[in-house]
Design a protein around this ligand. Sequence first.
Ligand code: PLP
Length: 391
Amino acid sequence: MSKSFKTFLKHTAKDFHNQSVNPPVVRASTIIFKSMQHIRKTQFKAKKNPIGGHYDYGRQGTSTTFILQKILTKLEESYHVFTTPTGFGAVFLAIFSVTRPGDEIIVADPVYSPTRLFTEKFLREFNIKTIFYNPSDLKTLEKNITKKTKLIFVENPGSNTFDFQDLGKILSIAKKKKILTAIDNTWGTPYFLKPIKLGFDMSIVSATKYYSGHSDVMGGSLAVNKKVFDQVRKTERITGLRLGPDDAYLITRGLRTLDVRLDRHRENAKKVAAFLSKNRKFKLLYPFKKDSMNFRMWKKYYSGASGLMGLKIKSKNINSVKKFVNSLKLFGYGYSWGGFESLALHQEFRETGNRKYLKLAQDEHLVRFHIGLEDPNDLIADIKQALRHLK
Ligand SMILES: Cc1ncc(COP(=O)(O)O)c(C=O)c1O
């Protein structure tokens, strides 16, 4: 019987051996075998079938991490998924696996700021050059491709700017020039967008966000196709970038309700977006208005939208923007997102100022909302009372 993915998520990872509905957390450095022959046999199996879940040492994972990787591989519809201790670890693993000194990479201008710092500054120390492109003008991507270009790195939508790009067009440029592609798909997750199926070579998700869903664990996943599998596996083994079993268990637990939570985040965010879109003091950064380019680009590739959105506020009074954010009572102020709770952040200029294409005027300010699983009417009422302070 073929099961839908929603059913698969609820029924997978049962432990019939121990008669438990959940899998055990297998914590191990040393893996013990019955004999030396048994060790060699396992190593031979691992060599022959590197995605088969065979291991002889805890750094390679245990059954707990392999269960998570199996679920994610099915969700991503990819060849394999590597799991890392943080989402940023997955960004690092993707880029470091396929670039070498002398290479160039082209990166979307509004990427998550640590990704920007890593590519622009850290990789330069290894003689790897980064060029940023404007997500709303792909000519800036195409014209910067040289013989040295190894990778195009996309984040969709852009962090804080929420611009949606023409992913198909980017892929066709890359295919024509034989350049590898990677995408940070943390916003949509493979529940709403399946990048490997679309044609990307690598797809990153910070599992810290919607996968775990409860703001109590860090982790990352890197889905790959067959083409880049060996390169990534080699780097993963050499760097030891592996998720631990306790975190893997918590993420597996979170995944059981991924569809239910994301459906609700989507519905709640839609209601809040409908309210926000009527206000003339700011521009809503979320795929909501049907006549916008952003909406068209989102609709073309995604089957749904998550709960993270932004506001571009025009105000000469920055203190009133801060007061607006500080007056929210149901929104926590803090980093990260993707958990059950609503969050708000006023983005300081230092986080966005190094972007070449942002063009944020002195009187423009970015505020980010994560719309959680609370009653959306309560969230709207809270935003309404806080808006009195925005001048
Ligand atoms: C888009 C995006 N990618 C990657 C990351 C990094 O994930 P982590 O915090 O799990 O390292 C974040 C974290 O905020 C993010 O927003």
